[in-house]
Design a protein around this ligand. Structure first.
Ligand SMILES: Cc1cc2nc3c(=O)[nH]c(=O)nc-3n(C[C@H](O)[C@H](O)[C@H](O)COP(=O)(O)OP(=O)(O)OC[C@H]3O[C@@H](n4cnc5c(N)ncnc54)[C@H](O)[C@@H]3O)c2cc1C
Length: 388
């Protein structure tokens, strides 16, 4: 039986950058995925937003490192992953949202993040043509950005293979074997591999993997839709986040929506339905496009004639508090969680991959330990992050 230092379940937003880090750190690495190639589950459904401006310490630190990796990738390795440092802006149209954003900015600044609450004039400058009726201002964080999820993952994949990582596609993990509460083997539809370390990066299916070792994994898939337009001349750079809830008797209610213009000039957009839609349905609906286009055109009227090329639906692997579950577990030695990425797995992936490798090589720093505490599977899941 072939032996690996670490076996990663899932070649997605988390699994691939993790393999990159473990192979880089000299671990004999195997990644197993049931799908035919890399990034074919929810990584390819992500719209590509990358920000460090969270209000959760662990996610801030992980995404700061991710941004360093995304932003220097092309210079270091020559592949254009469409990284663009266009920033993020969250808009305030009510006093309640203005106060919430101002409070969050203070907290974010205390972590050294480059973010400010700016006035309407500044928002009009960064979003030319915005309908500023009722607009009070918003946040602006110029160091956040976006990149192509598929180009990024394919480039990380190639680099990880150059460093020695092995990938097995079309192969499903069906069991994890343990002895004396320690991982010893992993069983798939095609064979068995010997390993003392397994990383669960199975995205929407994380719970099934947890069940194999009797670990309760509170990750439930949730359906989210997105779309992309034809390309037009680039006219704004940030990810625009409109946090106003909206009730729409015809197409359904929504909590917020967000969109940006990518390097090719295409507008990519996404909405958060209200209530959330639990389940694994990836079939796009006919209500999504009229629902979101109404909101987007109301905010940015110059989008009214743009053509939408396609829409799609994917899954957020959600946890009860909207934050990932990462780290070792007390019950089984050699089993590591990297699950519950919610709507942020693409942006967390590179920073998280390095942290997971430091866990596997027993080189965690004091900062890692602080991050892991905030993402522990034994934490109190009752507290949700503001603006998650
Ligand atoms: C519409 C939409 C927009 C989004 N926008 C963004 C965004 O702008 N920025 C952002 O950061 N995130 C975004 N996300 C969220 C992001 O896509 C997810 O958080 C992320 O892809 C989850 O990463 P993952 O590695 O956990 O899962 P995945 O990327 O889904 O990878 C999991 C892999 O595990 C494999 N697997 C599962 N079970 C098994 C098994 N038993 N055996 C073998 N393989 C298995 C699957 O086949 C899959 O390839 C968005 C998501 C959606 C749906």
């Amino acid at each position: 039986m072939v032996e690996y230092d670490v076996v990663i379940i899932g070649a997605g937003s988390v699994g691939v950058p993790t393999a990159l880090a473990t192979a880089h750190d000299g671990l004999k690495t195997l990644v197993i995925d049931s799908l035919p190639s890399v990034a074919q589950a929810d990584n390819k459904h992500a719209i590509g937003g990358i920000r460090a401006t969270h209000s959760h310490k662990g996610k801030i630190w992980l995404c700061q490192r991710s941004i360093e990796i995304f932003s220097s990738w092309e210079d270091k390795f020559g592949d254009d992953i469409w990284w663009s440092q266009g920033g993020y802006t969250f808009l305030a149209f009510t006093n309640e949202h203005e106060n919430l954003l101002k409070d969050t900015v203070e907290l974010q600044k205390s972590y050294g993040l480059n973010i400010n609450y700016v006035d309407t004039e500044k928002i009009k400058e960064i979003i030319p043509g915005i309908n500023n009726n009722g607009l009070l201002g918003g946040t602006y964080s110029p160091e956040d950005g976006n990149a192509s999820p598929l180009l990024s993952l394919h480039s990380f994949f190639r680099r990880s293979k150059d460093l020695g990582a092995k990938y097995h596609f079309n192969e499903k993990v069906i069991d994890i074997l343990t002895k004396n509460n320690r991982v010893i083997n992993i069983k798939t539809t095609k064979g068995k591999y010997k390993t003392q370390s397994i990383i669960n990066a199975a995205g929407a299916h994380a719970k099934d993997i947890g069940n194999m070792v009797g670990i309760d994994t509170p990750v439930e898939p949730e359906s989210h839709e997105a779309g992309i337009t034809e390309p037009v001349k680039n006219f704004f750079t940030p990810m625009i986040v409109d946090i106003r809830p909206c009730s729409d008797p015809k197409f359904g209610n929504s909590k917020n929506y967000y969109f940006y213009q990518n390097k090719e000039g295409k507008i990519i957009f996404c909405i958060t339905p209200d209530p959330n839609i639990l389940g694994t349905d990836r079939t796009e609906t006919s209500s999504f496009l009229p629902q979101i286009s109404k909101r987007m055109i109301q905010l940015l009227p110059r989008l009214r004639n743009i053509k939408v090329r396609r829409t799609w639906r994917g899954l957020y692997p959600m946890t009860p508090d909207g934050n990932p579950i990462v780290g070792e577990v007390n019950e089984i030695e050699g089993y590591i969680n990297a699950v519950g990425m919610c709507g942020q797995g693409f942006m967390l992936g590179p920073g998280l991959g390095e942290l997971l490798s430091r866990i596997s090589t027993e080189k965690t720093t004091s900062m890692d330990k602080e991050i892991l505490e905030t993402l522990s599977y034994t934490r109190d899941f009752g507290v949700e992050e503001e603006l998650k």
